[in-house]
Design a protein around this ligand. Sequence first.
Ligand SMILES: Nc1nc2c(c(=O)[nH]1)N[C@@H](CN(C=O)c1ccc(C(=O)N[C@@H](CCC(=O)O)C(=O)O)cc1)CN2
Ligand SMILES: [Mg+2]
Length: 284
Amino acid sequence: MAATILYGKDIAQDIRAELANDVEELKKQGVEPGLTVILVGDDPASHSYVRGKERGCQEVGIRSEVIYKDASISEAELLDLIHQLNENPNVHGILVQLPLPPHISEKAVIEAIAPKKDVDGFHPLNVGNMMIGYDTLLPCTPHGIVELIKRTGTPIAGKHAVVIGRSNIVGKPVSFLLQQENATVTMCHSRTVDLAAYTRQADILVVAAGKPHLIGREHVKPGAVVIDVGVNRIETGKLVGDVKFEEVREVAGYLTPVPGGVGPMTITMLLKNTVAAARKQTAR
Ligand SMILES: Nc1nc2c(c(=O)[nH]1)N[C@@H](CN(C=O)c1ccc(C(=O)N[C@@H](CCC(=O)O)C(=O)O)cc1)CN2
Ligand SMILES: [Mg+2]
């Protein structure tokens, strides 16, 4: 049996419709959720992602503003701008698009954002809260992955989840979130010996290695849920994942495509965080 293809695009659309209702409710209470994005420099991919964020905000009724800054902006100036936004009660979410120019410390920037406005879920306080299992702003890609798996109707509790990759943005947080859903989690990475021995035992396989076509048929247990987080631009200009899609779709139970799988969920979870942040900051 061929895998069911998990179109994140379609699931994201369903979640956005739910969010539009939430925003309408908040507006009736006099609250207009607001997101401010800071975009430094002229990286075309970053500009395209930020346009996607603006479109998403428009779709669900969030007020959005993008502040464009030249790549020559100093770290002090950028931190000052963030401090001003921290104090602005009409701004419920602040996001600084990454990557930043090399002369600016990502760590300093992430730590400058007020944790309650950190809709990326990157601030160490939010990361710590997530680890403990407290209610907090969750990082968007890992949260989107768990939401995708849940919407297949496949129970996560008791399943063996194998995560490939240990980045702070995807691998580490998604392993915590899956554990929180009562999966048994194994983490693999670039130094894992005999990767296939682990991945073949996975009921849920999350691949965030950043290596085009790393995972083939031989790595996958029949019927497994396979989530491909890879976004790799190959020489032909084509965008491919970390999974050999045509091969793995013949053995997996569910499989995400690239593009159109995990990517669209990332922006949708950002919208969800912005609505949650607005609700929390205005609760009486
Ligand atoms: N502050 C942040 N910076 C960055 C983040 C982030 O979450 N917060 N993540 C990435 C970029 N990103 C969002 O910002 C992002 C990347 C990819 C996609 C996406 O929809 N990908 C599509 C393919 C798009 C294409 O054709 O290039 C897909 O996988 O279907 C959305 C958002 C780094 N910076
Ligand atoms: Mg994808």
